[in-house]
Design a protein around this ligand. Structure first.
Ligand code: 2GW
Ligand code: MN
Length: 293
């Protein structure tokens, strides 16, 4: 990985020190990890040190979910890591239906073969196993960072290197202003995802996490292993991989946290005025058509 720290000019420094965000939002976690909102970063400055960085984006399009892929890739091409090198890793069992989307020069879509799972929870949960396996096999040698996203979503604004750090998670849009006791952490004490009462500051979304390949490998491997322990004990955490992600991030605090700008659902939620940008939003989906096969 080649990181060169940029030299900031005096005028840039002045501009940086001038507060640009007047609406009050929480900008650091209690562990001093930055929380990323519009107005807290300057892409023009951040882009330089990441000039030679390659970012891998993992996405799963299994069974009927392949229908979301075209819009996902087309919008990502416009908004995701513009000016940087990106490898899209599409895990799919529907190769014939992967759309041929014209991408920026140097970018590539790598289709990875995965098997289908009999139930949807299986699809969602086995993502951890797949990402972990491929991290070791290829991603470690091919990219510097991994960004792991849900695929029933589209990009709708700039989403760039401001998110990159060794380990990052995203505040779940349904809980970022909710009371701690409403967080849907796993409360069954038999599950490996079990959350001790009164612990955890935030509830993270399963649909957007990432970090350096090494950290993502550790996270996905650990989550997969504990999901297998639960499976052996005939237990399944209520929110599947998301429950295990939250447990992992309780024990391994993220070094950056993304605000709900980075994961939003306009049909489910009322947008507050301090949410100035929506960068990654849910696509409308017909649950019945997707589930009934
Ligand atoms: C999922 C649910 C029901 C039927 C099918 C599927 C399904 C999911 C599928 O048939 N094919 C497939 O590729 N997926 C992948 O799994 C796809 O990438 C999708 O974005 C991801 C998660 O499923 P999704 O987006 O339908 O679930 P959400 O939006 O409720 O996601 C949250 O909760 C999940 C666990 O319950 C995960 O933690 C997810 O990361 C969360 O965003
Ligand atoms: Mn989703």
């Amino acid at each position: 990985m080649s990181h060169r720290f940029c030299r900031v000019s005096a005028s840039e420094l002045c501009a940086l020190l001038r507060p640009r965000r007047w609406t009050v939002v929480l900008v650091t976690t209690p562990c001093f990890a930055p929380i990323i909102w519009d107005g807290t970063f300057d892409s023009a400055i951040l882009d330089t040190p990441f000039r030679n960085t390659t970012i891998g984006l993992t996405v799963f399009a299994i069974k009927r979910y392949v229908v979301f892929l075209k819009v996902f890739l087309e919008t990502a091409d416009k908004c995701f890591m513009v000016g940087h090198k990106v490898n899209y890793y599409v895990f799919t069992d529907q190769h014939a239906d992967v759309p041929n989307v014209l991408l920026q020069e140097g970018w590539q879509v790598v289709n990875l073969e995965v098997c289908n799972y009999p139930c949807w929870q299986g699809v969602s949960m086995h993502r951890m196993e797949m990402i972990s396996n491929f991290s070791k096999k290829c991603f470690l040698h091919e990219v510097d960072y991994l960004v792991c996203l849900d695929e029933d979503m589209m990009l709708s604004d700039h989403l760039g290197v401001e998110i990159l750090f060794s380990l990052f998670g995203t505040l779940h849009p349904g809980f970022y202003i909710a009371d701690h006791q409403t967080f849907t952490y796993e409360h069954c004490s038999l599950s490996q995802a079990h959350f001790p009462r009164d612990e955890g500051y935030f509830y993270y979304a399963g649909g957007f996490f990432g970090g350096s390949v090494l950290q993502v490998h550790r996270l996905t491997k650990a989550c997969h292993q504990v999901m297998m322990v639960d499976h052996t004990n005939h237990i399944e955490a209520e929110w599947h991989d998301e429950s295990h992600l939250n447990k992992y991030l309780l024990c391994h605090k993220p070094t950056k946290v993304l605000s709900p700008e980075y994961l939003w659902d306009e049909r489910m939620l009322c947008r507050p005025p301090f949410l100035r940008k929506l960068r990654y939003v849910a696509m409308p989906k017909n649950h019945q058509a997707l589930w009934n096969r």
